[in-house]
Design a protein around this ligand. Structure first.
Ligand SMILES: *[C@@H]1O[C@H](CO)[C@@H](O)[C@H](O)[C@H]1NC(C)=O
Ligand SMILES: *[C@@H]1O[C@H](CO)[C@@H](O)[C@H](O)[C@H]1NC(C)=O
Ligand SMILES: CC(=O)N[C@H]1CO[C@H](CO)[C@@H](O)[C@@H]1O
Length: 226
């Protein structure tokens, strides 16, 4: 019924336009306008407006899970990519180094470490260094706002100093939650010291970087990359 009507309607439109072709834009607009008029006559609401810009279409295509809480991945595998917070470019990948383990980046043609992420843990695959094989934090210092204290980013036994990670399934960012020995929790930042090629957690990156002028520590973010 509707189809037949549309065909008829198109025919009428062409007659009205006097078969002057090609006039695709006007024809389309006319059909659209008249169609809404017809819809009104039949007691229907107007058709939704045409989306004209690429931007609005792109915005609609974005997954709605960006809003609200982080979408957490259950398990995944990848390399540990370190990006400079200052500009988002890759500083390097955590190394699978036979002597220093995973404390630094693969600067000297070291192999990159692959890890399995699950249950808040990062477990090294094919580690070339001796056990332990989880990637986490080691140290007795208390991490807190206002304190330059650090905890080493290093290979650890399974347990509370290993099960600290959350993987954002959208951005692939790994976020740590560190529990201090007296029980307080903090979401530490990661600092990279290029001169030591070492990563450390800190509760207050500003306090840590203020220790040296010029600073020796750089704020970085860690991602699980394919
Ligand atoms: C990004 O920032 C880091 C740290 O400040 C710097 O060493 C590096 O050169 C920067 N890279 C680019 C491409 O700007
Ligand atoms: C997780 O880490 C990323 C990059 O380090 C950061 O941008 C993001 O805000 C963090 N998310 C949460 C929930 O802390
Ligand atoms: C500032 C700081 O605490 N740096 C430490 C980071 O971690 C390495 C090894 O993992 C230590 O040697 C540094 O002293």
């Amino acid at each position: 019924m509707m189809q037949r009507f549309t065909v008829l309607f198109l025919a009428v439109s062409f007659v009205l336009l006097g078969f002057v072709a090609p006039v695709p834009v006007e024809a389309a607009l006319l059909v659209k306008r008249e169609t809404n008029a017809v819809r009104f006559a039949r007691g229907l609401p107007p058709l939704p407006p045409v989306r004209r810009t690429k931007t609005s279409a792109a915005k609609r295509a974005e997954p709605s899970q960006h809003f609200g809480a982080t979408k957490v991945a259950k398990s995944s595998t990848g390399r540990l990519e370190i990006r400079w917070a200052a500009n988002g470019t890759t500083a390097g990948y955590v190394a699978n180094n036979p002597t220093t383990g995973p404390i630094g980046l693969n600067l000297n043609n070291d192999l990159e470490l692959y890890v399995d992420y699950s249950d808040s843990n990062l477990l090294a695959r094919d580690a070339r260094f001796p056990a332990p094989y989880y990637v986490g934090g080691h140290g007795d210092s208390t991490l807190a706002a206002g304190s330059s204290n650090t905890i080493e980013f290093i290979n650890v036994e399974s347990g509370p100093t290993a099960a600290i990670w959350t993987l954002d399934s959208n951005t692939r960012a790994l976020n740590a939650t560190w529990t201090n020995s007296h029980g307080s929790k903090t979401q530490p930042s990661l600092a990279y010291d290029p001169s030591l090629n070492a990563l450390n957690f800190t509760g207050d990156f500003t306090a840590l970087s203020n220790l040296h002028n010029p600073p020796t520590q750089f704020l970085v973010h860690i991602y699980l990359s394919p």
